[in-house]
Design a protein around this ligand. Structure first.
Ligand code: NAD
Ligand code: WQD
Length: 345
């Protein structure tokens, strides 16, 4: 069988880069589109160091329809698309909603129009547990009602899922939406990982940057929630486990194993950890005492959320393999590697 070519949008980003390695390991050829709005082109050399294979790269903003369609004219025989490209900073989306609605919706609409025009029938889409808001029942399953999202970012994910559902009813396009819980960790080689620009919003980059001395202290947002120690509960999931789920989803579509034109799966471990437990686990694996301080709640945070993983386990045939210790130790090794190489973030 000839080598199958997959378009990965947002492929120089955090989850995209890890997914490319897993795709290459399974023999797929990868072509990346990324605007480099939130990532660096050097990631491509790092991918090549890990896999020995260099993906093709196009510096295109998906909102630029003409450039995207030129790309499709040039790169023939794309069999399927994984669409990671989006802006993802919740706080920034509250401050600049138009940026988020423009970027995340226009890029999706152009991509789907292009897929229809150039007859590419399969799409895997990056959705998020943010679509559930604070669920009424935990663990939260894919059939839970979607609550009003707390941010424009969250709205873009709900809207994208609606658009894709409608598209699959009207066009010969099949979609798997993967709702990630909290992706953390880095590749075992420490050659790729999460690379936040500016002050991180998310917990784990904030922990590792504090531990390495870039930040003075970590602020823990609230210890008065209705949880075992009062801090919020999340379902942290290793980025390599997430990456593997994308390869399984692509194979499911290419092998026509999907049961519906639009399918959705949760990607989590199914276990929730509090912020304080996460800090303790980090201290254990890194042997570093973390400076942190409890402060007030962060607006928009849900108290607790973790995934019902039954559908992903049984129907997709995927299960998270790595535990919180592995997630935090790989994140730590990545942070140390950045320090050793004087890469300041
Ligand atoms: P990331 O920012 O590291 O990667 C996204 C990439 O998309 C970046 O390289 C960015 O430059 C690119 N991009 C953004 N807009 C673009 C455009 N218009 N055209 C071309 N490229 C564009 O983010 P990530 O953490 O790898 O997230 C990937 C996807 O997963 C996103 O859709 C995000 O919303 C979703 N997601 C992420 C998380 C998380 O916590 N990291 C959780 C749930 C869902
Ligand atoms: C985790 C916990 C914070 C930073 C976000 C998006 C969500 C999804 C995943 C994309 C919370 C606490 C954090 C800090 C802290 N992304 N925290 N101090 O908020 O669960 O989810 O990323 O789709 O949409 O909202 O992740 O890592 O920001 O926070 O105490 O400095 O850590 O309050 O309880 P979150 P997070």
């Amino acid at each position: 069988m000839s080598i199958q070519k997959i378009l990965v949008t947002g492929g120089t980003g955090y989850i995209g880069s890890h997914t490319i390695i897993e795709l290459q390991n399974k023999g797929f050829e990868v072509v990346i589109i990324d605007s480099l709005r939130n990532s660096y082109q050097q990631v491509i050399q790092q991918i090549e160091k890990i896999s020995g294979k260099k993906p093709s790269f196009y510096n295109i903003d998906l909102c630029d329809k003409a450039s995207l369609f030129n790309f499709f004219e040039k790169e023939k025989n794309i069999e399927a698309v994984i669409h990671f490209a989006a802006l993802k900073a919740v706080g920034e989306s509250v401050e600049n909603p138009l940026l988020y609605y423009n970027n995340n919706m226009l890029s999706l609409l152009n991509l789907v129009e292009g897929m229809s025009k150039y007859q590419i029938p399969y799409l895997v889409f990056s959705s998020s547990c943010t679509v559930y808001g604070q669920p009424d029942m935990l663990p939260v399953s894919e059939t839970a009602p979607l609550k009003k999202p707390e941010s424009p970012y969250g709205h873009t994910k709900q809207m994208a899922e609606q658009i894709l559902t409608d598209v699959t009813h009207a066009m010969p396009i099949n979609v798997i939406s993967l709702r990630y819980f909290n992706p953390i960790g880095a590749h075992d080689t420490a050659l790729i990982g999460e690379y936040p620009m500016g002050v991180p919003n998310n917990l784990v980059p904030m922990i590792t940057q504090t531990a390495v001395g870039i930040r003075e202290k970590l602020l823990v947002y609230g210890n008065d929630y209705n949880t075992k120690d009062g801090s919020c509960v999340r379902d942290y999931i290793h980025v390599v486990d997430i990456a593997k789920a994308h390869v399984i989803s692509i194979e499911r579509l290419l092998n026509k194993k999907h049961k519906k034109a639009y399918e959705v799966f949760n990607l989590g471990t199914g276990t929730g950890f509090t912020v304080l437990e996460t800090i303790q686990t980090f201290e254990k694996v890194s042997q570093v005492k973390l400076t942190y301080e409890i402060t007030g709640r962060r607006s928009g945070d849900v108290e607790k959320v973790y995934a019902d993983t039954k559908l992903a386990n049984e129907e997709l045939g995927w299960k998270a393999e790595r535990d919180l210790e592995n997630m935090l130790s790989t994140a730590w090794q990545w942070q140390l590697q950045l320090k050793e190489n004087n890469i300041l973030i």
